[in-house]
Design a protein around this ligand. Structure first.
Ligand code: PGA
Ligand code: ZN
Length: 433
């Protein structure tokens, strides 16, 4: 037994930002160091991501996690106690072998990611490092350019609009603190405009305004006006970023826009998005086509990828093999990194590394169901990912991550480096010709 040997692993049921049960794990090491992590939960999940184990049955909508908690306190603790917390690779390999399924459905991706991240935290504490410094392993770190939601839609707002996230990226910011300040001004301006036009109806799951619009494009217009009202130049100081989350309304090459009552085929969908990219200062588009439509992803990337960041989320599900395949076929040029899509820290990092090797943009991301857990703020900064997506600029499960990045920036002091517009393709934010 060494100081960094695991002595205790304890899981409990806690509650996420939607009031649903989720898994929290505490890990204790021989030398007294501790680590804690909480599993987040998605609502617009990719088909190929790690499965959260839910109990089913009538209680809590079938969403309880007592089985997942039981697996941690039972067979996972039995297997991992005595192992060295600093050997993350061995810990995660043991979890994967113990689970024995391709999608983590036996032990539960929620159980596994909470254990994996809690071990990472404990190992960092044992070395008296912040998590950010620990995962950097001596390499340069960088505060991420944030992508921040202003209007929420899709599965996070009763499908009130089809597009899931209307976000901004403060390209003109000189540091992370300024990036948040700029975003705060845009978020406030958007709220004022919505109120003045009698469209303010509260906030969606990730804290963006609930979108009372008559068309998807109307939201883009409102976003541009919000940026201007806040005193910024759209596309220069502040650009637009969209998460289309097209798998939610597209299948077999057909896309059903519920708000507008029309159906588009693959070419029609690409054409509509390219039109938006010509008329609005859009720097980044996530999942423009559905997860089962690589042909559509390739077509959009071929037309827009030189100017626009094209992110695979449901399309890549934080999977290294999928990232490599997408790079080989040029189906996108950036990867969203969600630890619970992969299910362990090691697999998350492998997907991130595959993205780096392909010269992809890399965006560490939260889920729509979140908690006070701030692990991803440290991963984005410590891995030098360049970008972080957490949802909006309200609700403390979102603000906890942004605020943690402020603390990291302060702790780095004069060493702090901020990832500005350079992480995007050249001229991103300038409308497509
Ligand atoms: P989810 O959505 O967390 O509800 O899956 C977030 C996203 O699509 O990026
Ligand atoms: Zn997404």
């Amino acid at each position: 037994m060494s100081r960094t040997s695991i002595t205790h692993i304890v899981a409990r049921r806690v509650w996420d930002s939607r009031g649903r049960p989720t898994v929290e794990v505490d890990v204790r090491l021989q030398g007294g160091a501790t680590g804690r992590a909480i599993a987040p939960a998605g609502a617009s999940r990719g088909t190929h991501e790690a499965i959260d184990l839910r109990d089913g049955g009538p209680a809590l909508g079938g969403l309880d996690v007592r089985k997942a908690v039981g697996h941690v306190n039972g067979e996972i603790a039995t297997r991992l106690v005595g192992m060295d917390a600093t050997d993350q690779r061995a810990i995660d390999a043991a979890l994967i072998a113990l689970d024995g399924t391709p999608n983590k459905s036996r032990l539960g991706g929620n159980a596994m990611i909470a254990v994996s991240m809690a071990v990472l935290h404990a190992a960092a504490q044992a070395g008296h490092d912040s998590l950010c410094t620990y995962v950097a392993r001596g390499r340069p770190v960088r505060l991420p350019l944030p992508e921040i939601q202003i209007f929420g839609g899709g599965a996070h707002a009763g499908r009130r609009v089809d597009i899931q996230d209307f976000m901004v990226m403060p390209l003109g910011a000189a540091n992370f603190a300024q990036a948040l300040e700029m975003t705060a001004e845009v978020y406030r301006a958007a709220g004022e405009l919505m109120k003045a036009e009698d469209r303010l109806q509260g906030v969606a799951d990730e804290g963006g305004y609930w979108p009372a619009f008559d068309s998807n494009e109307e939201a883009l217009g409102m976003l541009v006006r919000s940026i201007e009202r806040a005193g910024f130049t759209p596309g220069d100081d502040v650009a637009i970023s969209l998460d289309v989350a097209a798998s939610e309304f597209g299948r077999d090459g057909l896309y059903r826009l519920g708000l507008e009552g029309r159906e588009l085929d693959r070419d029609g969908m690409v054409e509509m998005l390219l039109g938006w990219c010509q008329r609005y200062p859009i720097a980044s588009v996530e999942d423009p086509l559905a997860e089962d439509d690589p042909e559509g992803m390739r077509a959009f990337t071929a037309a827009a990828g030189h100017r626009i960041q094209v992110i695979g989320d449901d399309f890549l599900v934080t999977n290294a093999d999928r990232v490599r395949a997408a790079a080989a076929t040029r189906s996108c040029n950036a990867v969203l990194i969600k630890p619970n899509q992969a299910g362990t820290v090691t697999e998350t990092y492998a997907a991130f590394e595959a993205g780096m090797a392909a010269d992809f943009g890399t965006i560490v991301s939260a889920r729509s169901g979140e908690t006070e857990d701030v692990t991803i703020a440290h991963l984005a900064t410590g891995w030098n990912a360049g970008q972080l997506k957490v949802g909006s600029f309200s609700r403390s499960e979102r603000m906890a991550k942004w605020n943690e990045c402020l603390r990291l920036e302060e702790a780095l002091g004069s060493q702090a480096v901020f990832a500005g517009r350079d992480v995007l393709p050249p001229d991103a934010g300038k409308p497509l010709p």
